[in-house]
Design a protein around this ligand. Structure first.
Ligand code: ADP
Ligand code: TRP
Length: 332
């Protein structure tokens, strides 16, 4: 891909975004971030920090700004290469909002009423749901379709939003003129749904069942040692496939190590505490180089800001191209 224009040289285009919402956890890493970074070698990737989406909940200007920069640091530490992927902040590209308005004029109300993020928030008794929360999927459709991607890698919980983006693209193309490509979700089965430390729900900040790999070591330890286990006696054989410890370990260990842990579980006599220690060690080991890189980046914030500035320029060029077609096709 050209570094200056961000234009694809015939490679498939990948687009994804992540909300700045605090420290990343293993669900975010395995379900989203790791795929985004792995795809930069084979696809033309456009990855952005969804700070406008975060505005649906965050109200503090300093916090929002810092959280966005934290996400940038996290991605760069985990291996995102800004020479390969176009990496930017959503609010730096005004076309996201412009296209969202146009889409909101053709999106049926009923389609958004069925969207689970809004339904869940109101079901949980959110006092004054905003219009922004309701139209969240419209902005997300604009995020996606502006960049004409082939694939959108996300966790399973985002699949409905991509289906809505496709519905909006179909509606636009048939109402006006064929303008948008229909993107496909990219959701690898093995990492679509990472289990949380309660062993019950998907790992999520909203369930408080997360392991935050960039937290302080003592906090990571607390989170790993806090994984909920059943109360079978230590000497009893256990089914590793029902254990959150074993499942999480399997994402980071080699084939041989996974087999060894499986055998220990199945033989019995191996306590959950021991298994947690094995998992903790594996996680600290796996994330050590990324943690080191993160500390280096924290000392070099002007580099991080420059990356985002450069990414914004490239993304603006791409977005402008699509918007010119959109305006022409709808008669603006
Ligand atoms: P959270 O649920 O903790 O608020 P987000 O909604 O911010 O996480 O998710 C950011 C990205 O990480 C999304 O693409 C989402 O699909 C993915 N993701 C989050 N939790 C998981 C999980 N437990 N398993 C797989 N993917 C996940
Ligand atoms: N809604 C997504 C999340 O919470 C973030 C997001 C915003 C996104 N726009 C997107 C993801 C476009 C993929 C494509 O994780």
């Amino acid at each position: 891909m050209s570094k200056t224009t961000g234009k694809t040289g015939g490679k498939k285009v990948v687009l994804s975004g992540i909300q700045p919402s605090g420290k990343p956890h293993l669900g975010n890493y395995l379900g989203a971030i790791k795929n985004h970074i792995a795809m930069q070698d084979t696809y033309d990737c456009r990855i952005f920090i969804a700070d406008l989406h975060a505005l649906t909940t965050v109200r503090d200007a300093t916090k929002l700004h810092e959280m966005s920069r934290e996400v940038a640091i996290d991605y760069l530490a985990l291996g995102l290469d800004p020479d390969k992927a176009v990496f930017f902040r959503q609010s730096d590209v005004a076309e996201h909002c412009e296209l969202a308005w146009i889409f909101s004029c053709i999106t049926p109300f009923g389609l958004l009423e069925r969207a689970h993020a809004y339904k869940d928030a109101t079901a949980k008794g959110m006092k004054e749901p905003t219009a922004g929360l309701f139209t969240y999927p419209v902005l997300m459709a604009a995020d996606i379709l502006l960049y004409q991607p082939d694939l959108v890698p996300v966790g399973k919980d985002q699949k409905q939003h991509i289906e809505i983006a496709r519905d909006i693209a179909v509606k636009f193309n048939s109402t006006f003129k064929k303008t948008f490509k229909l993107p496909d979700p990219y959701i690898p089965e093995e990492t679509a749904y990472i289990i949380g430390t309660d062993g019950e729900h998907k790992m999520s900040k909203s369930y408080g069942n997360v392991i935050e790999f960039f937290a302080e070591e003592k906090d990571i330890k607390k989170q790993v040692m806090g994984i909920k286990t059943d109360s079978t006696p230590v000497e009893d054989p256990k089914d590793p496939d029902t254990s959150a410890i074993f499942k999480l370990y399997s994402h980071f260990a080699q084939e041989k190590e996974i087999k060894e842990l499986r055998t220990k579980f199945e033989a019995g006599g191996f306590g959950y505490g021991d298994a947690k220690k094995v998992l903790l060690e594996k996680l600290l080991d796996y994330f050590a180089p990324f943690r080191k890189k993160r500390f280096e980046l924290l000392e070099n914030l002007s580099y991080v800001d420059d990356v985002l500035k450069e990414g914004a320029k490239r993304a603006q060029g791409l977005a402008r191209e699509t918007m010119e077609k959109v305006r022409k096709n709808i008669g603006l």
